[in-house]
Design a protein around this ligand. Structure first.
Ligand code: NAD
Length: 385
C-alpha cells in the first residue's frame, strides 16, 4: 500500500431503485439536449427501454439510438457509433447496458469531438481533447465502467484486447438503478459478479492501493461476498441485486484508483485470442492468482477471507489468507463458473503464447504484490487447464 496517492470518483452518481426516473433531469442539467443512446441489445429485449426514452422526452430531450453493440466489442464498433453521433449532431452520449455498451458509448463520446479512429487512442493518455459529455446506466453488475476512465475493445486482426485509457473517459453522470439488472440471466449474473469481485480483490491487494481506495474495495468485497450467490439463485431478489450493483460500482472506484493485478493480465489473452467473456476469464483466473499472491500479502488476504464470511478464529495469518482462496473457489463453483480452460476449447499448445501475450499487459503486473514472469504465468494457466 502507498501513502502517496491521488484519488478520484467520476461525476455525479445517482443510486437506488427507481433512480432511472431522474435520468432526463440529470442529462439536461449536464447539458444534453440531443442524445446518442447507446443501448445494449440484450437489455433492449428484456429491459424497460421505453421508460428510459420517456424520461428523456419528458425533459424535451431528443435522442437517436445505436444498438449494434456486440458483447466484447470490436474497436470498429466504437467508430461506427461515433459516426452516428457526428451525423446526428448529438451533444451528449448515454451508454445503457453492460460494459460492452458503456465502453462503446465512452469511446464514441471522445471520437465525436477528437475525430480519427478508436485505434488511434488505444493506450494511456492518447486522447488530446475532452469528448462530448456522457452518462452511464449499467444493466450488469460487473465492470464498474460507469466510474472508470477506461474503454476496452478487441482488435480482431491482432487478436488482442486493448483499452482507451484517458481521464476524458470519466462519465459526467451515472445512474445506478438495481431494478434494471433484474432481467439478467443467472450465467451472466454469475460471470459479471465475479468480474466485480476480481476488481475488488485485485484493487485491494494492488501495490497502488491507498487508504481511500481500500475502503471502496473492502466494502465491495463484503457486499459481493454476501449477495452474489443469492442474485444468481434468485434473480428477482432486489436486495441482492442492489448489493451487487453497489458492490460493482465500489469495486470500479477501487479499480480506477488502485488498478488491478495479475489475474487481469492473464485474462486478457483469453478474451483477445478466444473471445472468452471478460467476467468468465477473470473468474477463472482469480483463485489461482490469489493463491500465487497470498503468501506475499498474507494480512490483506486474511482480511478478505473474513469479509467473505470465513471463520478465521484460531488460524494463523497464513492459514487465514489461504481461506480467502478457498472461499472464492467455492463461490465460483457454486455459481457454475467454468473451471477448466480445456472445457472452453482452449488448446494446450496455446498456453505458452497466451503467457507471452499476458506479459505484455504490463500495468496490472506492475501492481501485483508478487513478481510474475513467463514461467509462473504458464504454471498458473496449467493449474486451471
Ligand atoms: P456485456 O456488456 O458484454 O454483457 C453481457 C451480455 O449481457 C450481453 O449479451 C448483453 O446483451 C447482456 N445484458 C446486459 N444487460 C442485460 C440485462 N439487464 N438483461 C439481459 N441481458 C443483459 O458484459 P459486461 O461483463 O458487463 O462487459 C464486458 C465488457 O466490458 C468487456 O469488453 C470488458 O473488457 C469490458 N470491461 C470494461 C471495464 C471498464 O472499466 N471500462 C472494466 C471491466 C471490463
Amino acid at each position: 500500500m502507498t501513502e502517496t496517492f491521488s484519488f478520484r470518483v467520476a461525476g455525479e452518481i445517482q443510486f437506488g431503485v427507481g433512480s432511472i426516473r431522474r435520468l432526463g433531469e440529470m442529462v439536461r442539467k449536464a447539458g444534453g439536449s440531443k442524445v446518442l443512446l447507446v443501448v445494449d441489445p440484450g437489455f433492449a429485449k428484456r429491459g424497460p427501454v421505453e421508460e428510459i426514452t420517456g424520461a428523456l422526452e419528458k425533459e424535451g430531450i431528443e435522442w437517436v439510438r445505436f444498438d449494434e453493440v456486440e458483447p466484447e466489442p470490436r474497436i470498429e464498433t466504437a467508430d461506427r457509433c461515433a459516426e452516428v453521433a457526428r451525423k446526428a449532431a448529438c451533444n451528449f452520449v448515454l451508454g445503457i447496458g453492460g460494459g460492452s455498451a458503456m465502453d462503446t458509448a465512452k469511446a464514441a463520446a471522445i471520437l465525436a469531438t477528437n475525430g480519427g479512429k478508436g485505434r488511434d487512442y488505444q493506450g494511456l493518455n492518447k486522447v488530446p481533447r475532452p469528448g462530448l459529455p456522457k452518462g452511464m446506466v449499467p444493466t450488469t453488475a460487473g465492470t464498474g465502467s460507469e466510474v472508470t476512465f477506461t474503454a476496452v475493445f478487441i482488435n480482431e486482426d491482432e487478436k488482442k484486447k486493448a483499452g482507451i485509457n484517458s481521464p476524458f473517459l470519466y462519465p459526467e453522470i451515472s445512474v445506478l438503478d438495481p431494478a434494471l439488472t433484474l432481467g439478467l440471466p443467472p450465467a451472466i449474473t454469475a460471470s459479471t459478479g465475479m468480474d466485480a469481485l476480481t476488481h475488488a480483490v485485485e484493487s485491494y491487494t494492488s501495490k497502488m492501493a491507498s487508504p481511500i481506495s481500500e475502503m471502496f474495495s473492502a466494502e465491495a468485497i463484503r457486499r459481493i461476498g454476501r449477495s452474489l450467490r443469492r442474485a444468481v439463485e434468485n434473480g428477482a431478489d432486489l436486495s441482492a441485486r442492489s448489493d451487487m450493483l453497489l458492490g460493482s460500482f465500489l469495486a470500479g472506484v477501487g479499480l480506477a484508483n488502485a488498478g488491478v493485478t495479475a489475474a487481469h493480465s492473464l485474462a486478457y489473452p483469453l478474451g483477445g485470442m478466444f473471445r472468452v467473456p471478460h467476467g468468465v476469464a477473470n473468474a477463472m483466473l482469480l483463485p489461482p492468482v490469489m493463491a500465487f499472491n497470498a503468501g506475499w500479502a498474507p494480512e490483506r488476504f486474511a482480511r478478505i477471507a473474513e469479509w467473505l464470511g470465513e471463520d478465521t478464529t484460531g488460524l494463523s495469518v497464513t492459514e487465514a489468507a489461504q481461506r480467502s482462496v478457498e472461499a472464492v473457489k467455492r463461490l465460483a463453483r457454486d455459481i457454475q463458473i467454468p473451471q477448466r480452460l480445456s472445457d472452453l476449447g482452449i488448446p494446450a499448445d496455446t498456453l505458452s503464447p497466451m503467457a507471452e501475450e499476458a506479459l505484455k499487459v504490463t500495468r496490472p503486473l506492475e501492481n501485483n504484490p508478487r513478481p510474475l514472469g513467463q514461467r509462473e504465468a504458464i504454471q498458473i494457466y496449467r493449474e486451471i487447464f
